[in-house]
Design a protein around this ligand. Structure first.
Ligand code: SF4
Length: 240
């Protein structure tokens, strides 16, 4: 069996044991998701409120989730280990929302990139779709993509050709379904398409900072960008 596949299966089996027995991270979690880690870089205290108070879903979030679901609805339904085996054997693979997991210093980190592209037995693209009016990716968009890249590397995959693509899609636009693979592979320089080399060292530092919170080594920090508080659903609890 391929070594990355074997590591992946070990991570899955450890995850299911921790889900049964309970984890030793904050809130008894068995693992930390890449999307929570990215959200820590938006506002860590807001992430904590989601766990202590509960998630508040705004109409904009529901709309975003629906549009997102449309982008990944054509995903081929196969077990993730089968998709990974085929990818590592050298088949060209475009995997939508493939569940990833790997261990970092005793903590399991999981995630589902919007798409993963494999060529020649190795991952070549991590793809993230973001519905936003912004024309420049936010720092936390890069954080999330870098975590996926780190997971692939820590599983032992050859990441020498790996890049990540962030597609910023205006909230009211029709996503360019038929051109997405061309856009993310060629990084055409088109507005809203960002093709980036993973900064491995920066990714490791971001991960270490985020995991310190989940290990209980420090308290949740409020965002330094106070303009985010104005439309935060927890502002009365947080600032009141
Ligand atoms: S009010 Fe501001 S600091 Fe508090 S949780 Fe919301 S965004 Fe974070």
């Amino acid at each position: 069996m391929f070594a990355p596949l074997s590591r992946y299966l070990q991570a899955l089996s450890e995850l299911s044991r921790l889900r049964r027995e309970g984890g030793n991270l904050r809130f008894g979690l068995p693992s930390v998701s890449a999307s929570d880690i990215a959200s820590q870089f938006y506002c860590e205290r807001k992430v904590e409120f989601r766990y202590t108070v509960g998630r508040v879903r705004t109409p904009e979030m529901v709309e975003g989730e629906n549009r997102h679901a449309k982008l990944v609805e054509k995903a081929i339904q196969k077990p993730p280990e089968q998709i990974l085996r085929e990818a590592l054997e050298g088949k060209p693979v475009w995997a939508s929302e493939l569940f990833l997991a790997s261990r970092f210093g005793g903590v399991l980190v999981t995630g589902k990139p919007d798409a993963l592209v494999f060529q020649g037995g190795r991952p070549v693209r991590v793809v993230e779709y973001k519905f936003t009016g912004s024309r420049i990716p936010a720092h936390y968009h890069h954080v999330q993509a870098r975590i996926y890249c780190l997971i692939l590397r820590s599983l032992g995959m050859d990441t020498s050709d790996l890049r990540y693509a962030i597609l910023l899609l205006p909230p009211s636009s029709v996503p360019p379904f038929d051109r997405i693979s061309e856009l993310v592979m060629q990084g055409t320089g088109e507005e809203g398409v960002f093709l980036c080399e993973p900064d491995w060292e920066r990714g490791r530092r971001e991960l270490a900072w985020a995991l310190a919170y989940w290990r209980g080594r420090r308290e949740a920090q409020p965002t330094a960008t106070r303009s985010r508080c104005g439309f935060c659903e927890y502002r009365e609890r947080c600032l009141g």
